[in-house]
Design a protein around this ligand. Structure first.
Ligand SMILES: Cc1cc2nc3c(=O)[nH]c(=O)nc-3n(C[C@H](O)[C@H](O)[C@H](O)COP(=O)(O)OP(=O)(O)OC[C@H]3O[C@@H](n4cnc5c(N)ncnc54)[C@H](O)[C@@H]3O)c2cc1C
Length: 503
């Protein structure tokens, strides 16, 4: 396309760099003039693993909507891979440093003009400065430092409201007897011709042999800037006030609870996390939401989201492939891999798995304390679990998977990220959800036909690691608890028999 006398320079946007802040020079993000753009839709990415179809839909729909918005200044290429497409379409490309090791290697091999990463609040150099010389990289310390540096929710040197943490106001169980939180249904995006085109293409790809998991139901997540801003406004107006109190609660009949549903648009790069935080803080300043909810949300985005992003780079490219501190080697059973919720009787796991099948999404507590906890208890192989989350979740990317799955859910990094495993038995599920009512199992039963597989699995997990944890500051207590169980031998035999059967 280009020639020596007329060099063609384009901004190459990856599929997770679709908002205005991914255009423009390093010193003025978003201020782009009319910089020509290159967008590439690569089919080979969908051949590499069996993605959830709703995820494929969202990514393709987002790319195609962005191309339509940019109009003639954008070249949109449907290609097998990236390399040839870039070479064919531009003499030179500039690119915001992408979000995975593989993509960062590629842009350097292609000799692109690489600009510093965008789409996060703390820069990589600020993080490394903070991390330097620290023995333990605690999220809470990172988060407080980010609050001080940005001044968000600060009153001078002190946190607004006099406290860093509102956990005592937050993390309530669901209201007694409630089927839903009673909030208005989230405002869903309206599908258009581009979505219809994506559906038709995915049907054709399936006929040609590309396999997907899950269902491609009505699109639930924002794929354009306008939809993303509408989703943010809808969250602030209707769900933010209840976000803090019910952050950790789950109800069978309310899959979104008071969550923001913003991980998809944020991870597609449609919203800048800083604008999201500013909008939420302004709502708090206007008195439209209590400080506990506002702080709880800021903590998730400026704390957790940024923290896992930085850990991805800090822990290095081998973190997922080599971390298996708990020696977990069980391959994913077929029912889990295939999202076969109908094969499962335990209501907590069946509900979470059904939601993944239907939407490629769960809220945090189902990811961590239901499915992650189950995979931890049953010693599923961390690489397989990471692969499973990456393929099946609509908001999953390598950077967000590593620390969340390997570090937080599976404790496979031996405590580099979290000081103890997030392991729990059925009593926790009973307290924080309505799953146990009407379940075939009883959370307080450890053995017998009604033994709760999550409760029994918890004790079997502690037993597997009892020797190494007898003196562990945070795990010695459960080991002592296990040693006091009168039915311990029976429980362990029962769980050994369960193997990889669906619970
Ligand atoms: C095992 C496991 C897998 C996860 N997989 C993903 C994933 O693939 N993609 C993803 O974006 N998040 C992931 N998370 C984090 C979190 O569960 C989701 O961000 C959240 O459920 C998305 O829904 P929401 O936008 O309604 O979030 P809300 O509950 O409304 O939270 C607001 C925002 O905070 C951010 N956030 C909160 N916690 C985290 C976290 N631990 N890591 C990163 N961001 C966080 C997200 O951007 C989220 O949109 C995972 C967590 C666990 C434990």
């Amino acid at each position: 396309m280009g020639s020596a006398s007329d060099p063609v320079m384009r901004r190459w946007l990856f599929a997770d760099q679709l908002g205005p802040h991914f255009l423009g020079p390093a010193d003025a993000p978003g201020d782009d003039g009319v910089e020509p753009v290159l967008l590439i839709e690569s089919q080979s990415a969908f051949r590499r693993r069996r993605y959830h179809r709703a995820k494929a839909h969202l990514i393709l729909s987002a790319l195609r909507h962005r191309a339509a918005e940019l109009g003639p200044r954008c070249v949109y290429v449907q290609a097998e891979g990236y390399r040839d497409a870039v070479k064919a379409q531009a003499d030179n490309v500039s690119v915001v440093d992408p979000t995975s090791y593989a993509a960062r290697r590629l842009v350097r091999e292609l000799d692109a003009d690489v600009l510093p990463a965008r789409g996060f609040i703390t820069s990589q150099s600020d993080f490394e400065q903070w991390a330097h010389g620290r023995r333990q990289l605690r999220q809470e310390d990172f988060y407080r430092e980010a609050r001080r540096r940005t001044g968000v929710l600060m009153a001078g040197e002190e946190p607004q409201g006099g406290r860093w943490n509102f956990d005592s106001d937050n993390r309530l169980p669901p209201p007694r007897g409630a089927v839903t939180l009673g909030l208005p249904e989230p405002a869903w995006p309206v599908e258009d011709d581009i979505d219809a085109g994506v559906r038709a293409d995915l049907d054709r790809w399936e006929q040609e042999g590309i396999a997907f998991s899950g269902e491609d139901g009505p699109r639930r997540f924002a794929v354009t800037r306008a939809e993303a801003l509408a989703a943010l406004a809808d969250f602030i107006q209707h769900r933010l006030p209840a976000f803090g109190p019910y952050e950790d609660a789950a109800l069978t009949g309310d899959w979104s609870m008071a969550h923001s549903l913003l991980s998809v648009p944020m991870n597609l790069g449609l919203l800048d996390p800083r604008e999201v935080i500013d909008a939420v803080v302004s709502a708090g300043d206007r008195g439209d939401a209590p400080l506990a909810s506002v702080e709880g949300f800021v903590r998730q985005v400026m704390g957790w989201r940024d923290y896992v992003w930085h850990l991805y780079w800090h822990f290095g490219p081998d973190y997922v492939g080599t971390s298996n501190a708990l020696d977990a080697r069980v391959p994913l059973p077929e029912w889990f891999r295939d999202l076969d919720a109908d094969a499962v009787q335990a209501r907590c796991i069946a509900t979470a798995l059904r939601e993944v099948r239907e939407r490629g999404w769960n809220h945090h507590i189902l990811r961590l304390m239901v499915l992650g906890n189950w995979a931890l208890q049953r010693a599923y192989d961390p690489r397989e679990v990471t692969e499973w989350f990456t393929a099946n979740y609509v908001d999953a990317y390598p950077w967000v998977m590593a620390a969340n799955v390997v570090g937080m859910a599976l404790h496979a990094d031996g405590g580099r990220m979290a000081s103890k495993p997030y392991a729990a038995g059925g009593a926790y599920i009973k307290r924080m959800t309505d799953f146990c009512g009407g379940c075939a199992y009883r959370p307080d039963r450890r053995v017998g036909d009604q033994a709760c597989p999550v409760t029994a699995g918890y004790w079997a997990f502690i037993a597997r690691h009892a020797d190494e944890w007898r003196k562990h500051p945070r795990m010695a207590q459960p080991v002592r608890g296990l040693e006091r169980l009168a039915d311990r031998d029976e429980l362990l035999a029962q769980e050994a028999d369960r193997g990889s059967q669906a619970p």
